[in-house]
Design a binder for this molecule. Structure first.
Ligand code: BJW
Length: 256
């Protein structure tokens, strides 16, 4: 009962928000079958990340890194959005329909938010279905939707040099326009839902604090406590694929 009251209190805040933002991480896609990065079942528990998800690792062995990304692409290809993704997409439609704005800022590179029907999505760490020229002969991205690729590393269709995955590796800067946009959205948000992220990787992990400093509320949804938990206004512990549909359908009853 106490839990039900708490959920309704949070639903009222979310339902009345005019400019909510969802900030998502690997946890929201876990229920679609995509492994998270950290933790006991995390993707990176056995791998040396510096060999695979850094520019240095890529330059040392582009064939191996592309092989790994192609394997991940083939795994992601078999997945579909889950009720957490769909609940966010449905809430975006509701908020926009009554004249507000709703954006999903995601650290995920899997494209599942768009597949669920979310229209306003900021991808902080890129998108695994795109690649770009290592030598940056053009700023245009190359869409590589098929897997497996015929060769590793794939050649740039314009200059013949090699393509790299369009993702942000450790130590690399995020696209400045993407940072600017996400800082603006976080600063203007009246509510930020922080879903399925360990809140360890910056600058993404700093966005909820931008919302808080600007007077917005931060609501965390995660299986377990994180570094954000003590600063969040509310923390709901459980599966995002269960909590989000419940919370956001309750929120609709409070929508003005
Ligand atoms: C569930 C669930 C369910 C599970 N329901 N929940 C400031 C301070 C300190 C360091 C830095 C700083 N600024 C920059 C840095 C350096 C670095 C960094 O942050 N390091 C920290 C680790 C300390 N940042 C960078 O390098 C960034 N670049 C940058 O800032 O450039 C300027 C600069 C450089 C160097 C120094 C200073 C400035 C770039 C970061 C790029 C991150 N890239 C990756 C790989 C993407 C490509 C790929 O996938 O191959 O992005 S790393 C990886 O982590 C991936 C993710 O997007 C990201 C975040 O992970 P996420 O989503 O939080 O996943 P997990 O696994 O950590 O957590 C999952 C959570 O879900 C858990 O909490 C579970 O409990 C939960 N969960 N199932 C609800 N069903």
């Amino acid at each position: 009962m106490a839990e039900d009251n708490l959920l309704n209190e949070i639903a009222a805040i979310v339902g009345r928000a005019r400019r909510p933002v969802a900030m998502t991480g690997a946890g929201i896609s876990a229920e679609s079958g995509i492994p998270t990065f950290r933790g006991k079942d995390g993707f990176w528990k056995d791998e040396d990340v510096t060999r695979l998800a850094t520019l240095e690792g890529f330059l040392a062995d582009p064939h191996k890194v592309w092989e790994w990304y192609d394997w991940r692409r083939s795994q992601i290809r078999q997945t579909r959005p889950n009720p957490g993704h769909f609940a966010i997409a449905e809430h975006e439609r509701l908020v926009v329909g009554r004249g507000g704005s709703f954006t999903t800022i995601t650290q995920n590179i899997d494209g599942l938010h768009a597949m669920a029907g979310s229209h306003s999505v900021v991808e902080l760490h890129g998108n695994i279905w795109y690649s770009r020229c290592l030598k940056a002969c053009t700023t245009e991205l190359t869409h590589l939707p098929s897997t497996p690729l015929p060769e590793y590393p794939p050649p740039c269709p314009r200059c013949g040099d090699i393509l790299r995955p369009h993702v942000v590796w450790f130590g690399e800067s995020l696209d400045p326009l993407v940072i600017e946009e996400s800082l603006r959205l976080a600063g203007e948000a009246d509510v930020m839902l922080v879903v399925g992220t360990s809140s360890q990787v910056y600058p993404a992990a700093g966005l909820p604090y931008v919302t808080k400093r600007a007077g917005g509320m931060v609501i965390e949804i995660n299986l377990e406590p994180t570094e954000l938990t003590y600063s969040a206004d509310f923390s709901l512990h459980g599966r995002s694929g269960e909590i989000l549909p419940d919370l956001l359908s309750r929120a609709r009853e409070f929508a003005e």
